[in-house]
Design a protein around this ligand. Sequence first.
Ligand code: SAH
Ligand code: SF4
Ligand code: F3S
Length: 463
Amino acid sequence: MSSTDLLIRPNTLSKKKSKTLKKGTYFIQTWGCQMNVEDSEQIALYLEQIGFKPTDNLSEAHLTILNTCSVRKKPEDKAFSMLGELAIRKRRHPDLIIGVCGCMAQIRCNEIRKRAPHVDFVIGTAQINKIGQTVENVLEERSFFSEINLPERKGAIVSDIPERQVERNAKLKSFVPIQYGCDKFCTYCIVPETRGRERSRPTVDIIDEVKKLAEYGTKEITLLGQTVNSYGKNLVEGRVPFSELLWKVAEVDGIERIRYMSPYPRDFKTDLIQTIRDCPKVMEHVHMPIQSGDNDVLKAMKRLYTVESFKDIIQELRETIPNITITTDIIVGFPGETEEQFQNTMNVVRDIEFDGSYMFKYSIREGTKAADMEQVEKSVKEDRLARLIQLQNEITLKRNLPEVGNIDEVLVEGVSAKNDKTYQGYTRGFKMVHFDAGRDLTGELVKVKLENANVWGFKAYLL
Ligand code: SAH
Ligand code: SF4
Ligand code: F3S
């Protein structure tokens, strides 16, 4: 398809109608990681600035945004399937505006146009601050728009980081991106493609944002970055170690809890371990992806650590902070993974005893190195995943059981989906807790006694 083909689409909006649409409603469907969840929040704020109002009802929305993820095939399939359903809806309601944002938008703009010509605009991961103007353009000019430039890093490139909207509704828990992109290029991963080169936000901007969020009522901050603990490179003000940033965030009044996602094992150093121990606001939970328990597979993945060096970090963490919770990500069926290599992963999981894991079947991502390697059969991947999940569930329960009787602190997030007398929240170690309470404790830090251990977390009683 040539680039001129891309500009041809039927005109479906009349100018008169576009005025009514400006005061219409929007619906955002989000897939993917916390970075995307946070981007959707930013998108919402930009749309509200130009007069749109939120709706939970897709079938009544005048503007529908798909904030997409490309990390595995499944979320991409879901996005294309939703675009298919929206094509039917748009035939009935030609005024409907459809936009695609996020990681799939970044790398598949042409494919989206080809497979879904009813899409009105495509905005990549580094341009979401242009969404207001783009929607206005669609309304006024009735043609397709796209914004998919990705900044390259040239030395200190902090000026290329978009401004962020922080005038948001008070939220108990807020995500704060501190680093964009990724330079690691793990051979299975599409993220360096979709998010571009690693860029750190200036510390002052981060602290300003955290202060504003605290004023609006945020108590828990999660700092986001693909390799969050390598934060601080390429800053004009000079290198700021991640552990130093944590201390600075902790100085902000009103912030009670600090989390971060995801640290990269090679950069997990003693200063960070000491900060988790010494800084009361930094939670005793580390989510550190191991990906595989076999050194040859790790090498083929281009992960820059070994099973042994990973275990050394775990040992130092557990010796320094005995109540630390450790969770991880694991991929099974990476190209060429043998049964023996998979067994090495099972053994490392048995050995380390993670409190929990996100476990995935390897998914081919075109354009990455692993896509061209010899693939493992689908049924083998499925079988390995099932065995790993079973093992991890047993370990999770095994690790939760001895915690029964412990007193822990929970940040109350609200009532549970099933029962409006049962409140829920997370412990400092990021374990889910359900407990009954006679009054609304949402937003409060409470002490509970853990009384019933499950794979999902604990039933507890309020002290
Ligand atoms: N930056 C983070 C991970 C981001 S992607 C880190 O490096 O820790 C989240 C997780 O998705 C990864 O940890 C990995 O386990 C999984 N993942 C990434 N690419 C994948 C692929 N092609 N197939 C299956 N899982 C994948
Ligand atoms: Fe992907 Fe690896 Fe970067 Fe994580 S560190 S985002 S897995 S390339
Ligand atoms: Fe998906 Fe992009 Fe996040 S690919 S996991 S939404 S960085």
